[in-house]
Design a protein around this ligand. Structure first.
Ligand code: FES
Ligand SMILES: [Fe+2]
Length: 337
């Protein structure tokens, strides 16, 4: 039995940062228990397809080349556009009937660029998106700093990581916080919003400590998109980007931005201090060893001081599709989790 019984939830997930993919770039990806290829076309659109060529099975991400608005397979040069249609078979006198008429022959993933992130819609049955990627206006705005990026890989899943936010009792034991902030949470279909305000001790750049009133607002938009806004010192925004590699392992990325200040200014140091506390032991570095080794208790023994864990789980359960075989294109894909 695996430690984490959940399947991979559906939703919009990070697959790449926008600024790290130039026109003509081809990147092999392994996410959602699937082999994928990401590429940026000559006109600048990011596209994601299942990796294996429908001809003789080459991996398009290893040696494939962008050709116009599509990708050419490294093995025999067949070309596919971002919709997964075959657009050229360079050495055939007649196009094979199976690719004729614009039939889709490779699964194409809905792909959106927003908040300087390339998002892919994953659904275990390849169903169409049921909601959209939310827009974070501060990302890329003139008065906000460029993204500061952090990345980890460990054994966990999106639900376990998201549950951390409602698990108020762990803040003291994992993150050495004295007081668990009072919070307010709202569930609205696929969206969960929470806001918590509390006294917090911050260490100023001078080394002096001060009590401040801090407010943290979090929004979860499906299983793969979540962001947090911190108020109280320097306004900071954090995108929490969890992408399942398969049902047992994730990549977790944090992308921060904060109001722009002169380098070495007092505010810039406060912002770095804030980021260090969210990425350090008082933040995610404290959680990772727990996530890495824990099991999922479907029926935990809880006490009155615990947070609303079961309410959160009811919310998250909407992102699991009923088990059924993947139908249609690419159903013969290897290693589908
Ligand atoms: S395997 Fe891709 S063109 Fe032959
Ligand atoms: Fe935590």
């Amino acid at each position: 039995m695996s430690r984490l019984p959940q399947s991979i939830p559906f939703g919009w997930f990070f697959v790449h940062y926008s600024d790290e993919l130039k026109a003509g770039d081809v990147v092999p990806l392994r996410y959602f228990g699937r082999d994928l290829v990401l590429f940026r076309t000559e006109s600048g659109a990011a596209k994601v397809l299942d990796a294996f060529c429908p001809h003789l099975g080459a991996h398009l991400g290893h040696g494939g080349k962008v050709a116009g608005e599509g990708i050419a397979c490294p093995f025999h040069g067949w070309q596919f556009n971002g919709a997964g249609q075959c657009t050229a078979v360079p050495y055939a006198k007649n196009m094979p009937p199976k690719v004729a008429g614009g039939r889709q022959v490779v699964h194409a993933y809905p792909t959106v660029e927003r908040n300087q992130v390339i998002w892919v819609w994953y659904h275990p049955h390849n169903a169409e998106p049921t909601f959209e990627v939310a827009h974070n206006p501060e990302v890329g705005a003139d008065d906000w700093a460029p993204l500061q990026k952090y990345q980890w890989r460990f054994a966990s899943n999106p639900q376990e990581i998201a549950e951390n936010g409602v698990d108020v009792a762990h803040f003291k034991f994992v993150h050495s916080m004295d007081e668990v902030p009072e919070g307010h949470t709202e569930y609205d279909g696929h969206v969960r919003r929470s806001s918590a305000e509390g006294q917090r001790t911050v260490t100023l750049p001078s080394g002096e400590t001060r009590q401040i009133v801090s407010r943290v607002e979090t929004v979860q938009n499906g299983a793969g998109q979540k962001w947090t806004r911190f108020f109280g010192t320097v306004e900071t925004q954090l995108q929490v980007l969890v992408t399942p590699i398969d049902a047992q392992e994730v990549e977790l990325r944090f992308a921060f931005t904060h109001l722009r200040f002169a380098e070495d200014s007092f505010e810039a140091k406060l912002a770095s201090g804030q980021i260090a506390s969210v990425t350090g032991q008082s933040g995610v570095a404290g959680d990772i060893p727990i996530w890495q080794h824990k099991i999922h208790r479907a029926d935990p023994i809880l006490c009155d001081g615990d947070g609303p864990i079961m309410r959160f789980r009811r919310y998250f359960s909407q992102f699991y599709a009923p088990v059924q075989p993947v139908s249609g294109i690419g159903s013969a894909r290897a290693g589908n989790a």
